[in-house]
Design a protein around this ligand. Structure first.
Ligand SMILES: Cc1ncc(COP(=O)(O)O)c(C=O)c1O
Length: 456
């Protein structure tokens, strides 16, 4: 398929600086009638009318290149025609089934199992969001383990529901709601740009993983034997952090040695995003439980799933229930989206285009005073902005400025990272090289503009 046909032609095109008058009217209505926790429209002030492929149109007729991808949902592109067709035909047949079997559900299960390693041979659909998958994984792990504590990583993000939020490290999200689940312990991730142990990736001996080993082996660590450990093979919200190759295998080894169930959260990294179907495939390890959501629903139909080893399938009927246990339209959409990914080689495309984009970003990094590090894998990229490359002082204000400048020139990006100073790209994986280049040019201009603002 020619990916150019999937997006609107002519992007970016800014007819009226955003927010234009129609957008503004929607935003005013929203801020008057909806709760003040609404957040994305504050970062990207506009109202949306249509979206296609890797492009988005606002109600004022502005066209944007989308490096945000609905927070990593739109792997096969907005309004993917094959997914729309499957979802539309499912809509007129069956839309709700709880967990009663049906052909659409079965077809998605078959497709998922064909993509997962053989050892992950059970799948389970719970509530529709990524957070729901994490809750299910926590319960499954605890049900199978005689232990209670959980281990998570600094910089990890796993969702907003109580259990998932307990496992997420960002204090901004959780500090007003404490206490959450007790006995959750955080250990350092391999965030080499800001290595806690002051090592360099080429000379380090994985001190961060050794610290995990230490807290499990020292009787005075204060950490009881855990039921499970949850990890992202590449951290997303934490700032697109790619650990060194040996880190996840070491974590796997430690979990196996200590009888700890290893949950790999693929909610953001899954389904070709990082240049593999699942990010754990880069590491050669096998997880015990995998959580999936986001791109699983094809074009934004909410659905989540856990896959796990059969030996963990000990929970009895009804142990984890809910009205929405998967969604029939999402099954149909998801199956066709997964087929689209395979048929159109999105693994290879994400890997190849991601490598080109990272090399362009590395060029910008070389010349820039504020790009501390450009990093990532596949089409999950992060650009860490700092006030000074020597001290690495984080620059969250510059990140906001860059995002605003990108938006006003027709490019949507995300911000994340420990200090909210990492510009993040999670574009639809059907992004063309042409749109990628145009987007990077807008980003580079925004970086230059932000640098100038520092001199004043
Ligand atoms: C790795 C990871 N896990 C879990 C979640 C939570 O998913 P949701 O927002 O659908 O609850 C997210 C969301 O960004 C995520 O990136």
């Amino acid at each position: 398929m020619d990916f150019r046909e999937l997006s609107f032609p002519g992007a970016p095109l800014i007819k009226t600086p955003p927010p234009g008058p129609k957008s503004k009217e929607h935003l005013d209505y929203q801020s008057f009638h909806e709760g003040s926790a609404v957040s994305y429209p504050r970062a990207m002030p506009m109202a949306l009318s249509r979206a296609k492929g890797a492009t988005v149109e606002d109600v004022d007729g502005n066209l944007y290149i989308d490096f945000f991808g609905g927070a990593g949902v739109m792997n096969v592109g907005h309004s993917n025609p094959e997914v729309i067709e499957a979802a539309t035909s499912q809509l007129t047949n069956l839309t709700h089934s709880l967990d009663v079997p049906n052909p659409a559900r079965r077809a998605l299960v078959e497709t998922l199992l064909s993509l997962l390693p053989d050892s992950l041979n059970k799948v389970f659909f719970g509530g529709p969001t990524g957070s729901d998958a994490v809750e299910a994984a926590i319960k499954l792990a605890r049900y199978n383990s005689q232990f209670y504590p959980l281990i998570a990583f600094e910089g990890g993000y796993h969702g907003m529901s109580a259990g998932a939020l307990s496992l997420s490290s960002g204090l901004g999200f959780k500090e007003d709601f404490l206490p959450l689940l007790p006995e959750v312990h955080f250990v350092p991730y391999a965030y080499c740009y800001r290595c806690l142990f002051r090592k360099k990736p080429d000379s380090c001996e994985l001190d961060c993983a050794k610290y995990l080993e230490h807290i499990l082996e020292d009787p005075h660590s204060g950490v009881g034997k855990p039921a499970a450990l949850i990890v992202e093979a590449i951290q997303g919200e934490g700032g697109s952090i790619v650990p060194p190759d040996q880190f996840i295998p070491k974590v796997r080894e430690i979990c196996s040695k200590h009888g700890i169930i290893l949950i790999v959260d693929e909610i953001q990294t899954g389904f070709c995003r990082t240049g593999k179907m699942f990010a754990f495939e880069h590491t050669g390890i096998l997880p015990d439980i995998v959580t999936m959501s986001k791109a699983l629903g094809g074009i934004g139909f909410p659905i989540s799933c856990v896959a796990y080893k059969e030996e963990l399938d000990t929970w009895p009927p009804g142990k984890h229930i809910g009205t929405f246990r998967g969604h029939v339209v999402a099954y149909a959409a998801g199956r066709v989206a997964l087929n689209f990914m395979v048929e159109n080689k999105l693994v290879e495309h994400a890997s190849h285009l991601g490598r080109s984009m990272l090399s362009w970003l590395n060029e910008i990094e070389k010349d820039s005073k504020i790009v501390g590090e450009a990093r990532g894998k596949g089409l999950m990229l992060g650009i860490e902005l700092v006030k000074d490359k020597e001290s690495k002082e984080p620059a969250p204000e510059l990140a906001k400025r860059v995002r605003a400048s990108c938006h006003s020139h027709g490019l949507l990006i995300e911000i994340g990272g420990h200090f909210s100073n990492v510009a993040r790209f999670l574009p639809p994986l059907i992004l063309t090289e042409e749109l990628a280049l145009k987007g990077i040019e807008i980003f580079e201009d925004a970086i230059r503009e932000a640098e100038k603002s520092m001199k004043v």
